[in-house]
Design a protein. Sequence first.
Length: 508
Amino acid sequence: MSKKVRVRFAPSPTGGLHLGGVRTVLYNYLFAKKHGGDFVLRIEDTDQTRYVAGAEAYIFNCLEWAGLVPNESPLHGGNYGPYRQSERKAAGMYQQYADQLIEQGHAYYAFDTPEELEKMRAIYKTAENPSPQYDHTLRMKMRNSLSLSAAETNQLLAAGTKKVVRIKMPQNETVSFTDMIRGEVSFDTALVDDKVLLKADGMPTYHLAVVVDDYLMQISHAFRGEEWLPSAPVHVLLWKYLFGLEAMPQWAHLPLILGPSGKLSKRDGARYGFPVFAMNWTDPKTNELTEGFKEKGFLPEAFINLLALLGWNDGTEKEIFSKDELVNAFSMERVHAAGAKFDYEKAKWFNHDWIKHVDSNLLLPLVKDLLLQNEIPVTDESLLLQVISLIKDRCTLLPDFVQQTSFFFKAPQQLDVAAVKSKWTDEKKTFFEAFTETVLQQTDFTPAALETAFKELAAEKNIKPGELQLPLRIMLVGGKFGPPVFDIAVLLGKKETAERIKRGLKQF
Ligand code: GLU
């Protein structure tokens, strides 16, 4: 029987959630759903020096917004907890594996102080090797249980000397595994350093914790960013030494997301004015705010759609996918290995398309919130719904709705008088005085009927209707924007339309 599909997203709570992180979540989620599996979220907080308050709650908020909620997590519980590595450490879940590796001769104690490590880097630094590593070439020159005698080691241990546990990387082995995206990947162990597995404070490092936890949580597939590929040989060896390679999950290392100049960074976002994080994130230390896709006005449906396409396609030209369609179409084999370029204009295109096609009822609460935030009084939700349907194809980002809808609820404070003034005439004034009456008396108050009446009156007064439409728009809306002007008038209603025309006439 093949293993039940269990995947995991394993963020470290160190700050905002980057586009690449959410894409990793998404691919995990899609894969789990497609195969009827479980999607686990594990908090990797073993590096206490990088811990940032609020980052964990923020991650959950982002996933909630994006609709990518895990089945198991510190928040949702599950049978494989605890789901925070710090709590797993407190429950003593790692030490025995470090001990086992030492007993087997695959790991050793190292007593070097930070000063000694720094000295090593200074002494062995050469032009060819500018940053010497703690590896098979240098380990015997350092202070560890391989270079010291058993008696010396025992003495240091008995005295409670500060120590870490390091993996003993084999000197000349080739370690390989099959990546679901990249195929067979091989590494020469001679090039990999003796990574720390257990730190002086007894905390496991990421390398030990990720392997132990993936094993204990029965993870079947592990998907993570390409930046973790260099760590893979360490993890493969740990699997081999501790649990056997048959138990190892299938790996996929997802392609980098590229910005205008190399790997997409937070700085790119600030420089080019686009969001890089899922939601607004304020760094608690510096108070620096990094903008999020949510607050910028992206729909979560559009956000996950555009993320899915950053590195994957279904083999056709199809670009717009609902979440269910993604679940059906997704396969890790169709993710490409090459970096995926993030194009903000294209991202906006996705959002525009989603706004255009999504049910207006779904937009209603979002737009209403935005209008209220902008102090536009919205009391009539059914009017707002009609307005949304009328103007949504003009909106790319949600805040665009504010300009496009506010004049329906609040008469424009200022009219773009300059746009009308130079061509304004007494005849036009007379026309609009008469048109006000037409509006008020119109029995068939529909856009088409009103337009016909408008044109008939213009013909009667011998004015081209084209010259009258702009003044009408400015009176109703305030500026040169908005949907067809007779649609606006009908939604405003007879009374409000007539009042706005009267008010406009006073200003022209
Ligand atoms: N804690 C790692 C991170 O922050 C997880 C890497 C992995 O998924 O193995 O990205």
